[in-house]
Design a protein around this ligand. Structure first.
Ligand SMILES: Nc1ncnc2c1ncn2[C@@H]1O[C@H](COP(=O)(O)OP(=O)(O)OP(=O)(O)O)[C@@H](O)[C@H]1O
Ligand SMILES: [Mg+2]
Length: 312
């Protein structure tokens, strides 16, 4: 991680009619870090993700990405920005009428120099990078398990070798072993590819296992950012409840049993995490609405397309 912000938000405001979701929100995301975004349900985590990813135009404030003003970028400048970012939506948002491979190819279609065979080969590479079995590429979203759909969403987010990926609740609804494997995958991608990861999650195990820093969304802004250790000292009712509650203690115990390291899939850390996760830390997966999928994982313009009727 470097001290150089790759994303810089200042005074961002989002409202839906009279409902103000964000009011003067500031946030820096550093290059190469995994930043976990936490906050109560409905505090605007998904809206924030969609705003930064360019799928929603905020009512006020500035968003700089790669040093460029992202709120005013349009046309070719916006498309160039979009090609450097990948999004995995909370509900998967895959096209139900396309196979996994075709879904992963969708963002690639924006790159005219990629012919069909190259797209196909690249899609297969991303599918295997995301930990899906070889046969998944030819399947339709409805033929996949929930966990496989998550991985397919990740494969599509990685389609264009992005520098930043936005992940919305990637482990929600996964079985404990699957969730731990997903944590490993995210950490591994960040370390090996230098990816910057903007990770919305309720999952305390994921925060322990993958995040360099955490940002807490409350009171319509980013209330506090810092490491997990710093979160434990924050004197705010929601933050205290979240990071010191019974689930937090269990997640902390399993993280320390794992030696404070990102647990290995075969090591005791993973086993301990898995054992704890059987107690159920994540929140249940939301139903998928694949039919209303956007036309790409990363290349939608503000509010041009919405993966479901419920977000953004
Ligand atoms: N397109 C929309 N139109 C109107 N209101 C919206 C829209 N999208 C989000 N909201 C509202 O904005 C608020 C924040 O929603 P958001 O989906 O960002 O919450 P969240 O923090 O991601 O919650 P969760 O943890 O349950 O996913 C909610 O009150 C929601 O109803
Ligand atoms: Mg959400």
């Amino acid at each position: 991680m470097s001290a150089d912000p790759i994303i810089r938000l200042r005074g961002v405001t989002n409202a839906f009619g009279p409902q103000v979701v964000h009011d003067g929100l500031d946030l820096d995301v550093m290059r190469g870090e995994v930043l976990g975004i936490v906050g109560g349900s409905g505090t605007g985590k998904s809206v924030l993700l969609r705003t930064i990813a360019g799928l929603r135009r905020p009512q006020g404030g500035t968003i700089e990405i790669f040093g460029q003003d992202a709120t005013t970028a349009s046309g070719e400048a916006r498309a160039a920005l979009d090609r450097r970012m990948g999004v995995m939506f909370q509900d998967g948002a895959l096209f139900s009428a396309l196979t996994v491979r075709e879904n992963v190819e969708v963002p690639m279609r924006a790159v005219r120099t990629l012919d069909r065979d190259t797209r196909r080969a690249l899609a297969d590479l991303k599918i295997s990078l995301s930990g899906l079995p070889w046969f998944a590429g030819g399947k339709y979203p409805s033929e996949l398990s929930g966990g496989m759909r998550k991985r397919a969403g990740l494969a599509r987010a990685l389609a264009l070798d992005p520098e930043i990926v936005f992940l919305d609740e990637p482990t929600a609804g996964l079985d404990p072993i699957g969730a731990t494997a997903f944590d490993e995958l995210i950490k591994g991608l960040s370390r090996s590819l230098g990816l910057t990861v903007f990770l919305v999650t309720h999952d305390l195990d994921t925060l322990h296992a993958t995040c360099d820093r955490i940002a807490v969304l409350a009171e319509k802004k980013v209330l506090v950012t810092g490491t997990m250790a710093e979160m434990l000292d924050v004197d705010h009712p929601w933050v205290r409840e979240y990071f010191h509650g019974p689930r937090a203690r269990a997640a902390q115990d399993t993280a320390s049993e794992g030696g404070g390291q990102s647990p290995s899939a075969h090591g005791s850390g993973a086993a301990a995490q898995t054992a704890h996760r059987q107690g159920g830390t994540g929140q249940p997966d939301q139903p998928t609405h694949d039919t209303n999928a956007p036309h790409s994982g990363a290349t939608d313009a503000p509010d041009r397309a919405t993966p479901t009727g419920t977000q953004g």
